[in-house]
Design a protein around this ligand. Structure first.
Ligand code: ZN
Length: 211
């Protein structure tokens, strides 16, 4: 894992650092080569240890992790966007050329122009008119920011991330799997909702580690 991930530059993980910061992680159960210093709060430079810790707990193979990352950060192929927009009346059955869409992605360095995330980026029509495809009216946004601008609320990905991290953190503190209410409170979310089965899955994985 280390060798593969070394290919990434430090700054690529900085934004994850911001996201991970509020999460307290104690006693990460990592392999001997990656022993954490059991600090109360994970610092950005410990993100790799945290990632490896979570992968071990959830039994994510290195190959699967790389595939998942590639899958989630791949920019949308312009022909697919074109096909989608020309098919739907919402987009006025029209779309910019593939070259123009690609130029837009390049200009944004394939990252969200609001938060710089690379997660599932797509195009947003800035003025809210989904049929106005002038390039000046298009911006590249990640899935979460797209949800925000279209007022669909927090994305499942953000919601599930908070809940999963809260569950793992509490499990480490309590040495037993926390209740749904404990997880909900720690995650700071209104409800567990769609993450119910994600939690059942995490519980199965973690309880195996306990036993
Ligand atoms: Zn964003």
């Amino acid at each position: 894992m280390l060798y593969i991930m070394m290919g990434f530059k430090n700054h690529d993980f900085n934004r994850y650092g911001k996201k991970f910061n509020p999460v307290k992680l104690t006693h990460i159960k990592t392999g001997s080569r990656f022993q954490s210093n059991c600090k109360d709060t994970i610092q950005p430079e410990n993100i790799m240890q945290k990632l490896i810790g979570v992968m071990k707990l959830l039994e994510v193979s290195e190959t699967d992790a790389i595939k998942a990352i590639l899958n989630l950060i791949s920019p949308p192929p312009p022909p697919a966007t074109r096909q989608n927009w020309t098919r739907l009346s919402t987009f006025g059955h029209s779309a910019p050329t593939s070259q123009d869409l690609w130029a837009k992605l390049e200009e944004a360095n394939f990252k969200c122009q609001k938060c710089r995330s690379q997660m599932r980026v797509s195009f947003n029509h800035i003025n809210g008119n989904a049929t106005d495809h002038q390039l000046s009216n298009l911006e590249v946004v990640c899935f979460s920011c797209n949800r925000k601008v279209s007022k669909k609320g927090t994305s499942d990905m953000d919601h599930h991330f908070k809940i999963a991290m809260a569950a793992i953190e509490l499990w480490k503190e309590l040495s037993t799997f926390p209740t749904l209410e404990e997880i909900r409170k720690r995650a700071g979310v209104k409800q567990i909702g769609g993450a119910t089965y994600l939690l059942k899955f995490i519980k199965e994985r973690l309880m195996k580690k306990n036993g």
